[in-house]
Unconditional design. Sequence first.
Length: 199
Amino acid sequence: MGVISNGTTLLDAGAIDSGVPTGSMTLISTTTASSSSTVSITGLNSTYKEYIIKLINIHPGTNDSRLIFQGSTDGSNYGVTMTSTAFRALNHEDNSARELAYQASADVQNGTAFTRIGVLGLGADDDENGNGQLHLYDPASTVFVKHFMSTFSETGAEPRQVQGFASGYFNTTSAITAVQFKFDQGTVGAGTFKLYGIK
């Protein structure tokens, strides 16, 4: 016996229909950085309504560098108009400062600049790194702007623990087909970028 809602089959003979979102993650690609000036993640299309890029052991080549990203509508030019905002929580290793604060300097106001995922400077000592994820919602839509949000946990340059939260939208009705990551100075010394599609 099937379960049908508004003309759409949800269950058939006890199995969930293939067109019903389940929230399961499918690994699409893995990209490894090694002294890379940029890291581009391609393959965003209409197959999935949500994509997640996992950022694992991201290490800058230069101390006090911020991880930033931008989108592309053609896979080669990264400068889509966007609006973004961010805030952070931090605690210094010596407990000298703790705060939860809006990060005004991380904002992009309907501009084409790269926006921050790492809201403060990431440390480049051998044992310092950052980890997090970027969510992209329905990047293939040709009707709506494309929303994104990120969380990023990093060992700051001072040293300190920083948890950054950023969100925004690409202000275009063109499909976003790729995103590019880099640091605001120096290279991506090391790191793994895993692209997942969400069913």
